[in-house]
Ligand binder design. Structure first.
Ligand SMILES: Nc1ncnc2c1ncn2[C@@H]1O[C@H](COP(=O)(O)OP(=O)(O)OP(=O)(O)O)[C@@H](O)[C@H]1O
Ligand SMILES: [Mg+2]
Length: 279
């Protein structure tokens, strides 16, 4: 558990103006993750976020980037993503061949935050490129232009993945994993999740609390009937539909039951849980 001193620093803080004058994306901290992230940033260390789908990883990075006043480049990794997609390539423009930086190179030059979502999906040649950037060298070698780019102050590499549903072969090599400060994410505790869902959806806390109770019961089925528990994202969806006037049961079915399974028997079991919570 995070220490109370660290918890108090940003716990429960809502959107307040970011350094660039805009509003920070709303993020309610679950512990000391904001402080650890800030410390990593201050020391030029890369951060790896691990956690189930829809638990707030992307929102956290958006919030921290705004809070630190850094531009954010996000790349969704997939098994077709080549190193050139991150670094850049020569392109033909008006009859001329010009070099165009990829998002990673732009972030390195500008001192921005580069966020690699689902990094385990990336090909080996991509992870290899990250190595000199994620140790004390903090450089990006660009073979095609023969540049060895030193990361500008403020540059930070953040990566995330969901350890739950990954193929066992698709895990990060220790030599990659051990270059990052790691933060483990999970769904927020009921009180915090109620705050998050109420803030995001506009639904009253009493009705949100019942949805969060249901979410807890659905999550308890992970590993038995369900591959993954229901995400905070889906609870926000359900609450949003209810706030718009949709009947509670219809909204729950559409947002919290159907996205979890295609198995009719399992769905019936889940609907029994809905009845148990909502009567
Ligand atoms: N702590 C939080 N503070 C504010 N909003 C949150 C928080 N946790 C979850 N959310 C809500 O949940 C939604 C989903 O979160 P997010 O997209 O960050 O999940 P994720 O962990 O990146 O999921 P994935 O692994 O699928 O990309 C957000 O859009 C936001 O509405
Ligand atoms: Mg995400």
């Amino acid at each position: 558990m995070p220490s109370p001193r660290l918890r108090s620093k940003c716990d429960g803080r809502k959107c307040i103006p970011g350094k660039r004058g805009g509003r920070r994306p709303f993020y309610l901290s679950q512990g000391d993750e904001c402080d650890v992230f800030e410390a990593a940033y201050a020391n030029g260390l890369p951060v790896l976020l691990k956690g189930p789908t829809g638990c707030g990883k992307t929102r956290f990075v958006a919030h921290m980037a705004a809070r630190l006043g850094r531009k954010l480049y996000t790349v969704a990794c997939h098994d077709d993503l080549a190193a050139a997609d991150l670094i850049g390539r020569y392109l033909l423009k008006g009859g001329e061949t010009v070099w165009v930086d990829g998002p990673l190179t732009r972030a390195v030059r500008e001192g921005a935050i580069c966020y690699l979502d689902e990094v385990v999906e990336a090909r080996k040649d991509v992870t290899v490129v990250l190595h000199p950037l994620t140790d004390d060298r903090r450089t990006l070698p660009i073979d095609r232009t023969s540049e060895e780019l030193a990361a500008a102050p403020g540059f930070m590499l953040v990566a995330s993945y969901n350890p739950g549903y990954q193929n066992i072969l698709k895990t990060l090599k220790p030599s990659t994993r051990q270059r990052f400060i790691s933060l483990e994410f999970d769904f927020p505790a009921p009180k915090l999740e109620t705050e998050v869902v109420a803030e995001e959806s506009g639904l009253d806390r009493e009705r949100v609390a019942a949805l969060v109770r249901l979410a807890g019961k659905l999550r308890a089925l992970k590993g038995q009937d369900l591959e993954e528990g229901v995400s905070t994202r889906l609870v926000v969806y359900a609450a949003t539909l209810i706030a718009q006037g949709m009947p509670v049961e219809r909204a729950i079915r559409a947002a919290m039951i159907e996205p979890l399974t295609d198995d009719e028997d399992v769905k019936r079991g889940l609907l029994d849980l809905v009845t148990a919570v909502f009567g």
